[in-house]
Design a binder for this molecule. Sequence first.
Ligand SMILES: Oc1ccccc1-c1ccno1
Length: 245
Amino acid sequence: MRIDVITIFPEYLDPLRAALLGKAVDKGLLEFGVHDLRNWTHDVHRAVDDSPYGGGPGMVMKPEVWGPALDEVCAPRPGLAGPPTLVVPTPAGHRFDQRMAEELAESPWLVFACGRYEGIDERVVEDAADRMPVREVSIGDYVLVGGEVAVLTMVEAVGRLLPGVLGNPASAQEDSFSDGLLEGPSYTRPEVWQDRAVPEVLRSGNHAAIRRWRRDQSLIRTFRRRPDLLAALDADALDKHDRKL
Ligand SMILES: Oc1ccccc1-c1ccno1
């Protein structure tokens, strides 16, 4: 998979080259390109934004800068079939979740456009949508200063799903949300800590009982913390759970 990020703060994306994702790059599983949007400015001040039509607070990012940037970064690349999927982080986007991470992980090429201020001129996304798939995505119901943190979040959630990135592929299968429920509690040595013992069933060696216990804990935790996820569960998802018992 290739991932390109366009931003006015390229250094914000340095963590992408560390740890798990850095190893994925070293193994050739991931290819990153980070591009400074100001490279496509035309004036001495290298301006990327301007006042909003209709007035109001904040600044809007200029189409005359974003347009050429996307044309160049999204231009056909040898070895990459078709245009990229353009992902635009925005508080007004569709909600990013594990299912969307799995969908994006199927794409051979993602380009992330990091907006700041009051966002990017709407015509940029409209124009891009004539030439490539575009997804406007929110990582949560709060407001950030810019899209870079959202990109770091999404790239980690997507990158860890790529074959070969996680040491143990089963981890991704057992994720919270992978079957629509939250993961239950986990324990490791020592057996007793601060007078708190590890649940007996986990030390029983009875794998069927352990699976059942973990499923029940998962359902209880989801019911208590995210009842909305239970409401969204369909019979297939529950069957998927039961088939693992
Ligand atoms: O708050 C933002 C500002 C710029 C770009 C993205 C965001 C955002 C907030 C939540 N998800 O994305």
